[in-house]
Design a protein around this ligand. Sequence first.
Ligand code: SAM
Ligand SMILES: O=c1cc(-c2ccc(O)cc2)oc2c(O)c(O)ccc12
Length: 308
Amino acid sequence: MPLSNLIASLPIHPSKTHCIFRLMRILIHSGFFSQHNVTENQLEIEYVLTDASMLLLKNNPLSVTPFLLPSLDPILTLPWNQFSTWFQNGDSTLFETEHGMSVWDYIGRHPEVNHSFNDCMASDARLVSSLVIEKCQEVFNGLESLVDVGGGTGTLAKAIAKSFPQLECIVFDLPHVVDGLQGTQNLKYVAGDMFKEIPSADAIILKWVLHDWNDEECKSILQKCKEAIKRAGKRGKVIIIEMVIDNEKRGDEFVETQLFFDIHMMVLLNGKERSRKEWDKLISSVGFNDYKITPVLGLRSVIEIYPQ
Ligand SMILES: C[S@@+](CC[C@H](N)C(=O)[O-])C[C@H]1O[C@@H](n2cnc3c(N)ncnc32)[C@H](O)[C@@H]1O
Ligand SMILES: O=c1cc(-c2ccc(O)cc2)oc2c(O)c(O)ccc12
């Protein structure tokens, strides 16, 4: 779209029209638009969407807007003002300093936030599911049963159950997340607490769960996963979908986004993004002796871990 059309189609005051060129200039610089033509006349500059901005379109089924918009909610932005207080008190997160309780208690007590959080996660899971199914088919070969632990409202498990109809899938999450949700022929919902007991299966999937917790909590979750796959009788595995911070192999902007997400986890959830070395230490500390990292999901990787 030429700048002249863009200005004409926006409901802005005439005194502000010159600001659109400057806004578009920084959006080009940050990769959300590119310039289609070369011209000396600003009003004739034509802008086109990039891969990044395509993901923000409302009518794109893989749109990430439902994930990004809640991030601007004051419930999530106000805790960022608490760094100074938080560094001097004993609270485990800045979220707790701001709201007086953990994210999980807050979500459990506010149904509208529970709803928006689950939508946010479902939006991310839609994008990741399409990539996992397209690029990681072999991860699911030979499996008969799978539990998506902390699987939210089941977006990822539903996509896997549909693509692999021989696979019996369970979405396991807290009662306020899964109660009342309807399963399908090869997918059911089970409510419970992953720190107590996880249903048995050949494989456990943990997408965006471990980065919510500290190392000790992750060890307890992985221990419960190990017991669950042992009870199923086969060798089994745990499939983790998370970031692997790898400064040596990745570009600066890529690592910067991962490091920023790490601070997001510090603000909200006493969790963290882990480097290759930290994953290695965590995985081996729970007696998983073999693992494979496949970095095919943009900022995230598929990490398959196997018990002894
Ligand atoms: C960040 S969300 C990830 C959701 C989903 N895996 C995804 O990536 O879209 C973490 C999930 O863990 C669940 N969770 C938190 N504590 C849990 C517990 N003790 N037992 C089971 N699930 C839990 C939350 O309810 C939430 O759905
Ligand atoms: O990006 C997020 C946001 C949240 C979140 C949203 C709404 C709330 O009231 C609290 C937290 O939680 C996240 C999360 O648990 C995660 O694993 C990744 C990203 C986010």
